[in-house]
Design a protein around this ligand. Structure first.
Ligand code: ATP
Ligand code: MG
Length: 380
């Protein structure tokens, strides 16, 4: 079936590798530095120490892997195209990644498919931001088109006199930007869609994601999200259509806003397994990671339904203090029904995703209480 190559060696690659190895599929991890969380648990890894566009490293990976997938959207699509020219299939395709990795092209593609997205405008500098506010109103969400994560490529701009500093703060004029209307959402939702090579789609339940208001990082996930049947149906339908609109293959995280009046719109797509579906490892018949592997290799997809009434996941975020100690791990493991995941990251940087805890329950709140109890024991 394989060998499957994964570009990137973080926790998403690590959990994808774990799912693939259970199916006996050989995986090669490629990362720009040694000892990544995924490479740590594999004897088959290679280092692109000269960067992703190093022709020799690409030659080597193309020889080793029949199919290559990615664990983040930051590898330039031209590199992926280079792998295809060397005879390796890349899934999702380079043309799909070209659209998704540029948030403006992505929004344009979704808007062309008549899917609901916040109003947006391309901007080239502060004057354009102010002009956009005439139409879209203040505040505006200013975003870098590429390479944003954990909210780090975004800035909320409240008034004209903040526009110049906000643009420069995001790296303009060297970095391209766009603006979005600010969405006064009631809650944030997410949905994980897996699309096979033949267009078959399986969808995980719609979840509620709770972000840390200061760090702009996902803290907790509750599943299923408490939604009216109409909102749940709309969320699922637009998620599926969004992945189809960009020609996706494999797992796609679809981040959504629930508006106060009950409508749902799309924030963004991630062309890979997503933090908001880590709960699926224990709570669904087939995890997002296994379904991702199955999809990109052309294998039959598995059931994405919950096998418990509800589940919750709590992220373990770094604090900057020394790495997780044995005592706190023991404390967390003393919670009898919590599933503790640690990603094996040595550097416990503040806000870094170090692990997560999942719990099942008869309701999302019950599961959340159990997951929080275990997560709260881990000193980070
Ligand atoms: P992540 O890596 O966490 O997915 P990111 O850096 O790609 O994030 P976005 O998903 O664009 O960034 O935005 C991060 C968060 O900022 C969103 O989850 C949401 O809370 C808020 N946000 C983004 N766009 C808007 C908007 N148009 N209106 C209101 N809030 C927004
Ligand atoms: Mg996001």
């Amino acid at each position: 079936m394989g060998p499957l190559g994964i570009l990137g060696g973080g926790q998403l690659a690590r959990m994808t590798l774990q799912a693939a190895s259970r199916l006996g599929i050989e995986v090669w991890i490629a990362e720009r530095f040694p000892d990544s969380p995924a490479a740590r648990i594999s004897s088959r890894s290679m280092v692109f120490e000269r960067g992703w566009d190093d022709p020799q490293a690409l030659d080597a990976l193309a020889k080793l892997a029949r199919v290559v997938t990615l664990e983040n959207e930051f590898v330039d699509w031209r590199v992926l195209q280079g792998l295809e020219e060397r005879g390796t299939r890349v899934r999702p395709s380079p043309t799909c990644v070209a659209v998704v990795q540029d948030k403006l092209l992505q929004k344009q593609a979704l808007a062309r498919a008549e899917l609901p997205v916040p109003a947006f405008r391309e901007v080239n500098g502060p004057a354009d931001v102010v002009a956009a506010a005439d139409e879209l109103g203040w505040p505006l969400m200013l975003k870098a088109r590429r390479d944003g994560y954990d909210g780090r490529g975004n800035a909320l701009v409240h008034a004209a006199d903040e526009a110049a500093a906000a643009c420069r703060g995001l790296g303009w004029p060297d970095r391209a930007l766009f603006v979005e209307a600010y969405v006064d959402f009631e809650r944030e939702l997410a949905s994980l869609v897996v699309r096979g090579l033949d267009g078959e789609v399986v969808q995980y339940p719609v979840v509620e994601t709770r972000q840390d208001p200061r760090l702009h990082i996902c803290r907790e996930v509750l599943v299923p999200a408490s939604l009216s049947p109409k909102a749940a149906e709309q969320a699922a339908a637009i998620s599926r259509s969004a992945v189809e609109a960009v020609g996706g293959a494999g797992a796609f995280g679809v981040e959504l806003f629930l508006r106060p009046e009950g409508g749902v719109c799309i924030n963004e797509l991630a062309p890979r397994p997503h933090n908001s579906a880590h709960y699926s490892i224990e709570a669904c018949w087939t995890s997002q990671f296994e379904n991702h592997v199955r999809a990109v290799l052309g294998l039959p997809l598995g059931d994405a339904a919950l096998r418990a009434p509800a589940a919750a996941m709590v992220n373990l975020l770094g604090s900057g203090s020394p790495p997780i100690d044995d005592a706190s791990l023991c404390g967390a493991l003393a919670e009898p029904r919590a599933y503790v995941h640690l990603y094996g990251k040595a550097d416990n940087r503040a806000g870094r995703k170090m692990g997560h805890v999942t719990a099942l329950g008869s309701s999302p709140d019950e599961a959340l209480a159990a997951a929080r109890a275990a997560a709260g024991r881990i000193r980070l």
